[in-house]
Design a protein around this ligand. Structure first.
Ligand code: DOR
Ligand code: ZN
Length: 348
């Protein structure tokens, strides 16, 4: 009798990850390093990582916290503010510290208070990044409180991303964690310098999953999950084989108590289940033959890096979803698909 379906793919990278710091960093690193070769590490710490020295220090803390034997490379990012100096960004890039620069519109999401308040402030930095080939990673939501939260990504694409791409055609831009048909269409129509990451949760849930029949704070993230037609558009984009779309989990841990609260934090901690979730989505799309490109090839190609040599296997076998994760000091994380059954299991 034939055994279960098994896929061997190059080891994936996570092109959008929140690792945090201290006890939280130590709690979440193992799930990522067990599965991913590299990750783009988000800089939205408190205070944010806004210069080369801070990024080197943060990278050292990550490397010091690696589980024994882990072969994992953190790729660092610079948090863009109104006052970011183009020379500093270029210096960090030349030193091999910065892989990208992250743009948070001020007020758009967690720890974005130091983000950009006026676009003209960042034009000199964008021009320098275009010149030196340093990618811009964008949290693509309009922060204007008057804009409906479900429209913020589409409005950002129309009002902001369109001119960034027009005025800096040589700039590499990643629209992070896309959640809408409009976001996917913009990226698909743009040239090879414009790409998007797609999270596992936005391939699996729509807004009903977190709002209908009771509010589920562990499914709340930013950008929020949208209507079903958007989820289906994201699935088509991910499974299309278009190299502009690649894996970025946006795994964003918050203690359970901060999620299950009067004002719950945005962020889904998905590192333990992400790969199984992507496999489920690609299987549903009849596109398992394109899973490796999405997980392991398109991202490195966009960043001009080699694909990982190591591999891992995905087996079509039910496996228990992740358990709660303890954080030193008493906090607990409730990972995405906690207590559920996953259709795929991940091994070496
Ligand atoms: O849901 C989110 N959580 N979206 C973000 O953009 C930030 C992230 C976080 O840092 O918790
Ligand atoms: Zn994020």
């Amino acid at each position: 009798m034939a055994g279960p379906l098994t896929l061997r793919i190059r080891r994936p990278d996570d092109w959008h990850l929140h690792l945090r710091d201290g006890a939280m960093l130590r709690a979440v690193l193992p799930a990522t390093t067990a599965r991913f070769g590299r990750a783009i590490v988000m800089p939205n710490l408190t205070p944010p990582v806004t210069d080369t020295a801070a990024a080197v220090a943060y990278r050292d803390r990550i490397l010091a916290a690696l589980p024994a034997g882990a072969a994992f490379v953190p790729l660092m990012t610079c948090y863009l503010t109104d006052r970011t100096d183009p020379d500093e960004v270029a210096h960090g890039h030349a030193q091999g510290v910065f892989t990208a620069v992250k743009l948070y519109p001020a007020g758009a999401t967690t720890n974005s208070a130091f983000g950009v308040t006026a676009w003209e402030n960042i034009r000199p930095v964008l021009a320098r990044m275009e010149k030196i080939g340093l990618p811009l990673l964008v949290h693509g939501e309009e922060a204007d409180p008057a804009i409906d939260i479900f429209d913020r990504e589409a409005v950002f694409v129309e009002r902001v991303l369109s001119w960034i791409v027009r005025d800096y055609p040589g700039l590499k831009v990643v629209l992070e964690h896309i959640t809408t048909e409009e976001g996917a269409a913009f990226v698909a129509a743009a040239g090879p310098n414009v790409a998007a990451t797609i999270t596992p949760h936005h391939l699996l849930i729509n807004r009903n999953h977190f709002l209908a029949g009771g509010i589920r704070p562990h499914l709340y993230c930013l950008p929020v999950a949208k209507r079903e037609r958007h989820r289906l558009a994201l699935r088509r984009a991910a499974a299309s084989g278009d190299p502009s779309f690649f894996l970025g989990t946006d795994s964003a841990p918050h203690p359970r108590a901060d999620k299950e609260s009067d004002c719950g934090c945005a962020g889904i901690y998905n590192a333990p289940s992400a790969l199984a979730c992507y496999a489920e989505a690609f299987e549903d799309e009849g596109a398992l033959d394109r899973l490796e490109a999405f997980c392991s090839l398109n991202g490195p190609a966009f960043y001009g890096l080699p694909a990982n040599e190591a591999t891992l296997t995905l087996t079509r076998r039910d496996s228990p979803g992740p358990s709660p994760v303890a954080v030193e000091g008493g906090a607990e994380l409730c990972p995405f698909r906690c207590g559920e059954t996953l259709r795929w299991s991940v091994g070496d």
